[in-house]
Ligand binder design. Structure first.
Ligand SMILES: NC(=O)c1ccc[n+]([C@@H]2O[C@H](COP(=O)([O-])OP(=O)(O)OC[C@H]3O[C@@H](n4cnc5c(N)ncnc54)[C@H](O)[C@@H]3O)[C@@H](O)[C@H]2O)c1
Length: 446
């Protein structure tokens, strides 16, 4: 099939590369010429495991190309995906300006097209957006056009860091469309990925939009809930949130997924999607009480983490703190809404020198600039540090060399904000251990 993907970010590039990998002819369009130039010179501007090789191979085979103008690509495609950003406005509502602009471009390009085209919205949009977006396309198309087209909402469910794997073996593919013809085309397109088991779930465009937002809201709620419980554990003498978590999550009705204490969720999806869902519900006349406080709870938690670390390290006597991991999760370079930002900013504001090591620090360097010092080695970063904070759980941090830390660090405080380390091991090596909802001083559990 011939496909256009509009937007070459974490979603668009993965989608384009994987459809191309299965033999489709894919043109990826991005209106940022820098991105297109980079991709055309073989450079991938994002870090996503496995993506580089896929892109390289498909380009070589002639199945994948990159351009910055949508017109020609659309006219030569059967299916056109929209995978542009839908960030948050300051008030929590979705900023639809990019996707509206892209919908206009597509509508204009369709004017001079022939045959049947499927326009697929992969971007996450507020519930009800299908009306606005299909309206824009129809308006641009005007009367008298020879093209026939259908709208599909196909929200993306991949997760950064495992995006290639997620796309290749999806747990579900959500297709929202009123057109049987478009549905069959979508089924054909995704068929290589569902050969073993049919993962396609069909509903209306409104169903699909709402399902995507509900999914992210459900996951974010679990994270916010366990983090609130961790704050309760912090002030409950003798409680260890990790022990409590296991006792609770073993209940199969509750389960372990997304029930792990952390410095708070981040990334480009949970924070904006949950706020956007609530904002849109309010526009439609309903204020969802529980959902309205999830984002606030997460923000409180991120600030609490910064306050807690700053309080425990005794800022007046601390000159240097080392941080391992700053991206919003491991296996990505994405820093959007990362919990590391408010926590590190809190320390910088105290006049503390922050040494950072992250295996994928290119975007972090753009954010923190020279306000922190970046290192290329995790143990170099801890030299003379008063404390070490684990902020993102890259695998290479799982089993630290405590005796090396002891030799190289000045202080004896470890802040494990991902609860990855065994507190007793930290204590045995002469460190005080502070986790999320679990704190072990050298000779007592607090
Ligand atoms: N990142 C994720 O893990 C993830 C997962 C599921 C869904 N989503 C959703 O998918 C969408 C895309 O997310 P992303 O993380 O890939 O975003 P991104 O910011 O990484 O990429 C978006 C790209 O679209 C380009 N763009 C903007 N306007 C354009 C236009 N008019 N024409 C062509 N290109 C244009 C930008 O230059 C950018 O490269 C968002 O709605 C997001 O919520 C993201």
């Amino acid at each position: 099939m011939k496909i256009t993907i509009c937007g070459c970010g974490y979603v668009g590039l993965v989608t384009g590369a994987l459809f191309a990998d299965r033999g489709n002819k894919v043109i990826c369009v991005d209106n940022n010429p820098k991105i297109v130039n980079a991709l055309n010179s073989g450079k991938i501007h994002i870090f996503e495991p496995g993506l580089g090789k896929l892109v390289q191979e498909s380009v070589k085979r002639g199945n994948l190309s990159f351009i910055d103008k949508v017109e020609e690509a659309v006219q030569n495609s059967d299916v056109i995906f929209l995978a542009v950003g839908t960030p948050s406005n300051g008030d929590g509502s979705f900023n639809l300006s990019y996707i509206k602009e892209a919908a206009k471009d597509i509508g204009r390009a369709l004017r001079n097209s022939l045959g049947f085209k499927v326009v697929v919205v992969k971007s996450t949009v507020p519930q009800g957006s299908y009306k606005i977006l299909s309206g824009i396309i129809n308006q641009e198309l005007g009367d008298g056009s020879l093209v026939e087209w259908a709208y599909v909402s196909n929200p993306e469910t991949l997760a950064e860091g495992t995006a290639v794997k997620d796309f290749q073996s999806p747990d579900r593919i959500i297709i929202g469309t009123d057109s049987d013809k478009a549905f069959l085309i979508m089924k054909e397109l995704y068929y290589p990925f569902i050969i073993k088991r049919d993962r396609i779930m069909r509903g209306s465009p409104a169903d699909a939009e709402l399902a995507k937002l509900f999914s992210n809201t459900a996951l974010a709620t679990r994270v916010a809930m366990i983090n609130e419980m961790a704050r309760v554990a912090d002030i409950t003498p003798g409680a260890d949130m990790d022990v409590v978590r296991r006792m609770v999550c073993e209940d199969s009705r509750i389960g372990y997924k997304f029930m792990f204490p952390s410095p708070g969720y981040g990334g480009s999806c949970f924070p904006k999607d949950i706020q956007g869902l609530v904002a849109q519900a309010k526009i439609y006349g309903y204020n969802p009480k529980l959902l309205s406080v999830i984002h606030e709870s997460n923000e409180v938690h991120k600030n609490y983490m910064g306050e807690r670390v700053a309080g425990l390290i005794n800022c007046q006597n601390t000159t240097t703190v080392a941080v391992w991991g700053v991206t919003f999760k491991p296996q990505t370079d994405d820093m959007r809404d990362a919990a590391s930002i408010p926590i590190i900013t809190r320390l910088i504001n105290e006049g503390i020198n922050v040494n950072v090591y992250d295996p994928q620090d290119n975007k972090a360097r753009g954010i923190f600039g020279n306000k922190v010092t970046f290192f290329n080695d995790q143990y170099e970063a801890v030299k003379n540090a008063d404390a070490l904070i684990l902020l993102t759980e890259w695998r290479q941090f799982d089993s630290p060399d405590f005796s090396r830390l002891k030799t190289q660090m000045k202080g004896r405080q470890l802040f494990d904000l991902r609860n990855r380390w065994l507190p007793e091991a930290a204590n045995r090596n002469g460190f005080d251990y502070f986790g999320v909802g679990r704190n072990y001083l050298l000779h007592e559990k607090i």
